[in-house]
Design a protein around this ligand. Structure first.
Ligand code: MN
Length: 267
């Protein structure tokens, strides 16, 4: 028998079904999208720890998953260091980033990155936001990030850079509201990765495993591109058509690195 548990507390689910006001009497508490299998919550928590172990996350960074049965909800850990996330830390939000039930927990300040990309991209089911260090320099310079090898083929579609100054002027650099999240989603457009100037990046995918794969290989690609540039001369990066062909292969093999990285969590 398969057991299910609800990401939102049952009482909240019942009470919020009629969109009753929250304790503050202001924002309506959204209803839950429904129960989520424990294995799904465990995998989302494992993804957070994998990205920490792979050097994509440090004390900061977050990964989310669109609700498996309700596209207008997503799942994401409460605000804490990614290496510490367990299934019990997973919260459920609507696409306006309001928690279905907070139980005293706080969501990440930059959760609007996730909510707004899910609104704009029905093809996306998982999102990683990180400050992975090798990627940051490419958000600062004129030379674009390009796909250095087949594992990073998804970058051959082009890697846009979100410069928060362009629309919002002088800020704290954080994507802490709907407007900034929507602008980031606009810049990302239909691409798998966008850089964020002097901040970090987002990587998106059709599944949790794809988003993790892309976040890891964006970091690896950044190191390779720096090395290639140090050798001098033009860089013979993947062309867009080569990228499309290679990415089609990658999309079918993401389970292999996922199983490896997950097993390493236990070692
Ligand atoms: Mn950030």
């Amino acid at each position: 028998m398969r057991l299910f548990t609800c990401a939102c507390h049952a009482q909240s689910f019942f009470a919020s079904a009629a969109h009753s006001p929250d304790a503050a009497g202001s924002n309506p508490v959204p209803s839950s999208g429904g129960p989520v299998a424990p294995a799904v919550l465990a995998d989302l928590a494992a993804a957070s720890r994998i990205l920490a172990q792979q050097g994509v996350f440090d004390a900061f960074g977050h990964i989310s998953l669109r609700h498996p049965t309700d596209p207008k909800r997503f799942l994401m850990a409460r605000s804490l260091a990614p290496a510490l996330v367990t299934a019990d830390d997973i919260m459920e939000f609507d696409l306006d980033c309001v928690a279905c039930e907070s139980r005293g927990r706080s969501g990440f300040f930059e959760r609007f990155i996730h909510g707004e990309i899910y609104k704009a991209r029905p093809d996306v089911n998982s999102i990683v936001h990180s400050h992975s260090p090798s990627v940051v320099p490419f958000s600062l310079v004129q030379s674009p990030m390009r796909a250095m090898y087949h594992n990073a083929a998804f970058l051959a579609q082009g890697v846009p850079v979100f410069d928060i100054r362009e629309k919002f002027g002088q800020t704290d650099m954080l994507v802490g509201n709907h407007t900034k999240g929507a602008e980031l989603a606009r810049v990302l457009a239909d691409k798998p990765v966008a850089l964020m100037r002097a901040h970090g990046s987002v990587a998106v995918g059709p599944s949790l495993q794809h988003a993790v794969f892309r976040a890891v290989y964006t970091e690896v690609n950044a190191k390779l591109q720096l090395q290639a540039s140090m050798l001098g001369g033009p860089i013979a990066a993947l062309e867009p058509e080569e990228g499309a062909l290679a990415d089609a292969v990658n999309l079918n093999v993401v389970q292999r690195p996922w199983e490896l990285w997950k097993q390493r969590l236990e070692g």
